[in-house]
Structure formats: structure tokens, C-alpha cells
Design a protein around this ligand. Structure first.
Ligand code: NI
Ligand code: MN
Length: 226
């Protein structure tokens, strides 16, 4: 499993020949819009945690360009389905065995309206189990006790957690979240994109290190292999 960071909560996950994009927000991100060309991205699936524009802005264009299937909650899937895009609707606590692996849509505490005011349902996160590697994509969320449910069923290899504070968990709560999901290896997301969520990278890494954990902060376009 190869994971590439495209800024904010935008990720590309490659599992054998399948390409999964998560929360594509690139053309509106001042940190990635000049380095990542959305028309060159490949995708078989686009996973959307919630409807906010900083997670969905480029989903429609990429889906139409690639024919990718959008996977999200019922309301978001219905929104894109009405535009003629292939969709797979899910809802909380539900899992589906896709050709690349098993996906579960899990709880998050946040909000989820579309930029045009359409109903984006409730926000969520994803647990993906594939190739004997298990990852948790928290999406935008507060620290929540529901995170403790995840390791009851899944031994995680990586937790992808927001750390930018203000709109989501900050670093201190993300450290507690990594305890709750029982995963010491964390990829930080949802920081630096806007003024409200700029963070001190070295301080964030040191706090995780002091807690006995490993925080990775990737450059735009940088990849890790699990
Ligand atoms: Ni959001
Ligand atoms: Mn967000």
C-alpha cells in the first residue's frame, strides 16, 4: 500500500492496480494547486469523508475525468449520483468488501454541508483493510470516545489524523486519539492550509515523540509505503 499526500486531507492510496483518492481538494489549496495537476490524476475510487469544500472541491471534475466511483455517506453519494457520477453509498458502522479491500464508514464529530447549502449528511471517517495493512482515515473530527471502538476489531498500521486545531483536533488531542485507536504511527493532515490551522511542525513532532509516538508530516506529493 502506497500513500501519497496532496495537501490538506487529500491522499492517493495505491493498492496493487487500484488507485483511491481521498478528499480531493487541490485546485483551491494554495499549497498544492501549482504542484498537483488534477487532470493528470488517476482514480478508480474517490472516498469522501464529508461534504465541506476543503474535502470535495475537485471530486466532481476528477470523477468525470476518470470514471471513478465516489464512496461516501448516503447524502453525499446521492448528491453526486444526481450528476451522473458512479457512486457507492454507505452509512455509519457499515462495511463493504470492495475489489481492493474492506472499507468501513465510521463516526466523526464535525459538520458536513456542501458549499451550495445542499445536505451533506453527517461527517465520517474510513477504516480500510487491505493487503494485510489496516489504516484509519479520521477525516475532520474532534477527539471522540468512539475511536476506541476501532481497535476492538482492527489492528491499525497507520492512523491518518487531523492535527491543525480550530476546525478539528489539534496535536494534543490527536495524541490522545492515537492512544484510543491503539496506533503509534500517525500521518498528520489538515494543517497549514489556511491561517486558522497553521502549526509548528517541530513542536508537533516533538510532542508526539515525547508521547512515544511517530508523527509523519509529508511534503506535497511525498509518498510512504506500508
Ligand atoms: Ni470539514
Ligand atoms: Mn476540513
Amino acid at each position: 500500500m502506497k500513500i501519497t499526500f496532496y495537501g490538506h486531507n487529500s491522499l492517493q492510496i495505491e493498492i496493487e492496480n487500484t488507485v483511491i483518492l481521498v478528499d480531493p481538494f487541490i485546485s483551491g489549496n494554495p499549497l498544492s494547486k501549482d504542484t498537483v495537476a488534477i487532470h493528470s490524476l488517476k482514480a478508480n475510487y474517490i472516498l469522501l469523508t464529508h461534504a465541506h469544500q476543503d474535502h470535495t472541491l475537485d471530486a466532481e471534475a476528477i470523477a468525470k475525468n476518470t470514471g471513478a466511483t465516489i464512496v461516501s455517506n448516503w447524502e453525499i453519494a446521492s448528491y453526486y449520483g444526481a450528476k451522473g457520477i458512479a457512486v457507492h453509498p454507505m452509512n455509519f458502522g457499515g462495511s463493504w468488501q470492495f475489489d481492493f479491500g474492506k472499507v468501513k464508514y465510521v463516526n466523526a464529530i464535525h459538520t458536513s454541508s456542501f458549499a451550495d447549502g445542499s445536505n451533506g449528511g453527517q461527517p465520517g471517517g474510513f477504516v480500510i483493510e487491505s493487503e494485510h495493512k489496516n489504516i484509519y482515515i479520521a477525516g475532520d473530527t474532534a477527539l471522540t470516545m468512539d475511536m476506541k471502538l476501532i481497535p476492538m476489531q482492527t489492528k491499525l498500521d497507520l492512523a491518518i489524523l487531523p492535527i491543525g486545531d480550530n476546525f478539528t483536533m489539534g496535536v494534543d488531542d490527536a495524541i490522545i486519539a492515537s492512544d484510543f485507536v491503539q496506533c503509534e504511527k500517525v500521518l498528520g493532515v489538515h494543517y497549514d492550509t489556511f491561517g486558522y490551522i497553521e502549526i509548528d511542525h517541530e513542536e508537533a513532532k516533538r510532542k508526539f515523540y515525547d508521547a512515544g509516538k511517530d508523527l509523519m508530516l509529508l511534503e506535497i506529493g511525498e509518498s510512504i509505503e506500508l
